[in-house]
Design a protein around this ligand. Sequence first.
Ligand SMILES: Cc1cc2nc3c(=O)[nH]c(=O)nc-3n(C[C@H](O)[C@H](O)[C@H](O)COP(=O)(O)OP(=O)(O)OC[C@H]3O[C@@H](n4cnc5c(N)ncnc54)[C@H](O)[C@@H]3O)c2cc1C
Length: 201
Amino acid sequence: MADNTYDAIVIGSGISGGWAAKELTEKGLKTIMLERGRDIKHVQDYVNANKNPWDFPHRGGRTQEMIKDHPVLKRDYPLNETNLDYWVNEKECPYTETKRFDWYRGYHVGGRSLMWGRQSYRHSDIDFEANAKDGVGVDWPIRHAELDAWYTYAEKFAGINGTNEDFPGYPNGHLMPAMPMNCVEKDVADRLKNITKARVL
Ligand SMILES: Cc1cc2nc3c(=O)[nH]c(=O)nc-3n(C[C@H](O)[C@H](O)[C@H](O)COP(=O)(O)OP(=O)(O)OC[C@H]3O[C@@H](n4cnc5c(N)ncnc54)[C@H](O)[C@@H]3O)c2cc1C
């Protein structure tokens, strides 16, 4: 019986649960984490990670059958042949919506930490003060300065990626190099930078 006693029980091993378990175990708490989905072994189970489009039967695209079987996921880019195993089976676990809500789930160890893009942007004081300036709701009780060290802690551990743009009023972060852009994206980014620079000046 003593072996089944824990200081903490974490339900779900995704970004929130996984991080909670990390903190609890690092602080010495005996922690059990319960996960409803299948186990996925880091690297060895990423069976499609190094495939090229021509390695897939439909070049990594989506089929009519996939569209029929995923009435919610079909709304967005993640429905495709390269990562089909990472999404809930919509027949077994249909989404319930009272109005449209594009929020796709994956049931497996690691949750959506296996699918997310590692892009997370800091709230600036412009964000924290916007609603009060507009006279909407209640003023945030915190500003960026109070979260700065915590943003850094999370960014460094999770490997948040992106580019520090040095925009006035927008805090830079501790970022891993951004995912490389293709030539079209580069061209659009340069144009946007020029427009933004012109506005700031
Ligand atoms: C394609 C994609 C890209 C994304 N990119 C970004 C990004 O770049 N930046 C960003 O900030 N966010 C991004 N997100 C969103 C981000 O991944 C989610 O906000 C985040 O993972 C939510 O964390 P969570 O712990 O709440 O849920 P999850 O990470 O989904 O974890 C939930 C876990 O709980 C388990 N579970 C559910 N029910 C039970 C149960 N009854 N019992 C036991 N276990 C259960 C699930 O199996 C899962 O493992 C992205 C999401 C997707 C889908």
